[in-house]
Design a protein around this ligand. Structure first.
Ligand code: MN
Length: 291
């Protein structure tokens, strides 16, 4: 066997627990950024909303029109539904099992709210939002939005009994529906108790691994739900074993290795670029959004 095909498992460096930080009645946990962890370059931020059940006649999600510049938001709808509208005229309602991938790029105003049926009927809700940084040369890219329902996301059976939902990047013969600017790989995993999987990752790439639900073992170390599992960049695979039924987000990307200046919804490379972003937004250069 040629040496480059030998599997060497990534080692766990740290496990970062999510901090509880509810937004009104929206249950929210945030593992990233965390204590002593500014980012996991290129991954900047993760909010885990729910799981919870909304009553009938609720007010829904609190994310009315607000701007972004300089990065991408990836929103996983695990339960419930999410309506997106933005200043670039994209609009969609995505249901459970779907994903929204938005490149804020040079600037966009969007709203992420609950559709009318959810406000009226309520129901279960669980949503993850991940922020992926863009390198300096791509921060002013044209804004883009893709909303995918579950049926547009390939579900791939894994050899150890699990299932991988391929959102972006390549998995053996399959290609995920999102074409990313930076070659990010992104997937969700559903592992039944007892499943054991070896997931390939090219050495050097940063792994993003978050345990949504269930007890797993990563690289031989027990990991708990609501933890972001940081692994080293050396090996060429991540070994995961499910000790109970488990769901995870599994992605990886190229390390950008540039300064990060962030101010609320803007993530840039320099302080001057942040000042410019605030000024451009205030001058209406991101366009407007009326709901
Ligand atoms: Mn937003």
């Amino acid at each position: 066997m040629p040496s480059d095909t030998i599997q060497s498992a990534r080692r766990v460096i740290a496990q970062h627990p999510a901090k509880r930080d509810d937004i009104g009645d929206l249950v929210t946990r945030r593992p990233l950024p965390g204590l002593g962890l500014d980012q996991l370059d290129p991954f900047l931020f993760l909010n885990h909303h729910g799981p919870q059940v909304y009553p009938a006649n609720n007010r829904g999600l609190p994310f009315g029109p607000h701007p972004h510049r300089g990065f991408e938001t990836v929103t996983f709808i695990l339960a419930g539904s999410l309506a997106h509208a933005d200043s670039a005229k994209h609009q969609s309602v995505i249901n459970a099992g779907g994903v929204q991938w938005m490149t804020a790029g040079s600037g966009i105003v969007h709203a992420e709210i609950s559709p009318p049926e959810f406000l009226r009927d309520g129901g279960p809700l669980e949503i993850l939002q991940l922020w992926v940084n863009l390198p300096s040369r791509l921060k002013m890219s044209e804004p883009r939005y893709v909303g995918l329902q579950q049926q547009s996301i390939p579900a791939i059976a894994l050899p150890g009994g699990g299932e991988l939902n391929l959102i972006a990047g390549q998995w053996q013969g399959s290609v995920g529906p999102i074409e990313t600017l930076t070659g990010v790989f992104m997937s969700t995993l559903a592992l039944p108790a007892g499943a054991r999987e070896q997931l390939p990752v090219a050495p050097g790439r940063q792994v993003f691994l978050y345990v949504v639900e269930g007890e797993v073992t990563v690289g031989g170390e027990p990991a708990k739900p609501h933890h972001l599992i940081e692994v080293d960049r050396e090996g060429n695979s991540v070994e995961i074993e499910a000790n109970s039924d488990a769901r995870l987000v599994f992605g990886h990307g190229e390390v950008i290795d540039e300064p990060v200046y962030s101010h609320g919804p803007f993530v840039m490379t320099t302080r001057e670029e942040i000042i410019q972003a605030v000024e451009d937004y205030q001058n209406g250069k991101f366009g407007g959004l009326t709901l």
